[in-house]
Design a protein around this ligand. Structure first.
Ligand code: NAD
Ligand code: IPM
Ligand code: MN
Length: 385
């Protein structure tokens, strides 16, 4: 296959800026490698509320579902923060994940040697860190019911429900183990799982499941089910368990103890942002959101960064690295993914830095989002493979 339909979701804030840079890179890549990405934009987030009255309109869902893959920037902004829940950009993102069945979110935090000093942590702590956070994405307190803010006995009461059923835990445990164990799978996800295999062969076979089983019943079920799945189906994977409070501390204390981590939706949200500071910036962290079958959505871990939107200051590399994950996992184009990832490293070798990864006195050149995108695209066109 050499033509793919890709839906682009530029979203809000810095979203359109980083998407423009990413398109430069993909343009250079397709030209060089002789395949075609038919890219078509769709609405999500605040811009979709403004233009279509819905943070994820049905037309966007239909277009995503009939694509080979989806690339998303980020959503959200102050403008919509006091809207009713169903008219918030974040609700569109959650609707997209749920309606596309994207239950697994892979968030790799790999420290690049060029950026060791961009981390606020000591060099010896972060050097060589390569953690994969596997975050469950369509369950937990994000989607549990009942939920709301009601008046009970004359007081306002806010509540959400942290809930998982065993099938949801089983399937995310399997994805995490596949990332870890290089198990061969067939079916719709074969391509993606071959990519897991790629990842896994470089990983160490250690899986740490993170929960709060000392307090929460839902976490006790999580721990029991993860233990069952791993011991029965993946006897080669070395499984350990950790409470989330300790895990948050251990990630900063000595992150090299971790290989793959698997956890629920909200703990994974928090721990992956934390892990981004090992790498140096949230602007460097890509992710892949995937399901059992159908297109995945490839999205940076960061948000719409309203504090720097429209100023050409955003780091486009998290989105560009997410596009590399798309090439690898959804389009079965591992070589092309390698080109993009190596071009990102090469641009850092050249000393180009957006503000979020620039250190005072590092001798590097401060560039904006546009220049960073152009530089990566240029290298993609010329780099030897
Ligand atoms: P954020 O991730 O947008 O920003 C946090 C900090 O990181 C900010 O200082 C920002 O400038 C910086 N940052 C983030 N991405 C960057 C990049 N690519 N380059 C340089 N700096 C970058 O989180 P927030 O400020 O808590 O949230 C802002 C909005 O984004 C909210 O509406 C929130 O709901 C939304 N959000 C969306 C997503 C998503 O689309 N997946 C993720 C997180 C937050
Ligand atoms: C993320 C974001 C989203 C989440 C929000 C914006 C709904 O923080 O993608 O990490 O919590 O999943
Ligand atoms: Mn988040």
């Amino acid at each position: 296959k050499d033509t793919y339909q890709i839906t682009l979701l530029p979203g809000d804030g810095i979203g359109p800026e980083i998407m423009a840079s990413c398109k430069e890179v993909l343009g250079a890549l397709t030209k060089r490698c002789g395949f075609t990405l038919e890219m078509k934009e769709a609405l999500i987030g605040g811009v979709a509320i403004d233009e279509a009255g819905d943070p994820f309109p049905d037309e966007s869902l239909e277009q995503c579902l009939k694509s080979d893959s989806v690339l998303l920037s980020c959503i959200g902004g102050y403008k919509w923060d006091s809207n009713p829940r169903e008219l918030r950009p974040e609700s569109g993102l959650l609707k997209m994940r749920k309606s596309m069945g994207l239950f697994a979110n892979l968030r790799p935090a790999k420290v690049l040697t060029q950026l060791i000093d961009a981390s606020t942590l000591k060099r010896e702590v972060v050097e060589g860190v390569d953690v994969m956070v596997v975050r469950e994405l369509t369950g937990d307190v994000y989607f549990g019911t009942p939920k709301g803010i009601d008046v009970i006995d004359g007081k306002r009461v806010g509540y959400n429900n942290m809930i998982y059923d065993e099938t949801e835990i089983e399937r995310i445990a399997r994805v995490a183990a596949e990332v870890e164990a290089s198990i061969h799978i067939t079916g719709d996800r074969a391509t993606c799982c071959r990519a897991y295999g790629d990842v896994a062969s470089k990983r160490g076979g250690k899986l740490c499941s993170v929960d709060k089983a000392n307090v929460l019943d839902v976490s006790q079920l999580w721990r029991d089910v993860v233990t069952d799945v791993i011991t029965k189906e993946f006897p080669d994977v070395k499984l350990s368990h950790m409470y989330v409070d300790n895990a948050a501390m251990q990630l900063i204390r000595w992150p090299k103890q971790f290989d793959t981590m698997v956890t629920g939706n909200i703990f994974g949200d928090i721990l992956s942002d934390e892990a981004s500071m090992l790498v140096g910036s949230l602007g460097m962290l890509p992710s892949a959101s995937i399901g059992e079958s159908g297109p995945g959505v490839f999205e940076p871990c960061h948000g719409s960064a309203p504090d720097i939107a429209g100023e050409d200051k955003a780091n486009p590399l998290a989105l560009i690295l997410s596009a590399a994950m798309m090439l690898r996992y959804d389009l079965d184009r591992a070589e092309e993914a390698d080109i993009v990832e190596r071009a990102v490293e090469a641009v850092l070798d050249q000393g180009l830095r957006t503000a979020d990864i620039k250190q005072e006195g590092d001798g590097c050149k401060l560039v904006g989002c546009i220049e960073m995108g152009k530089a990566v695209a240029e290298i993609v066109s010329t780099i030897d493979i």
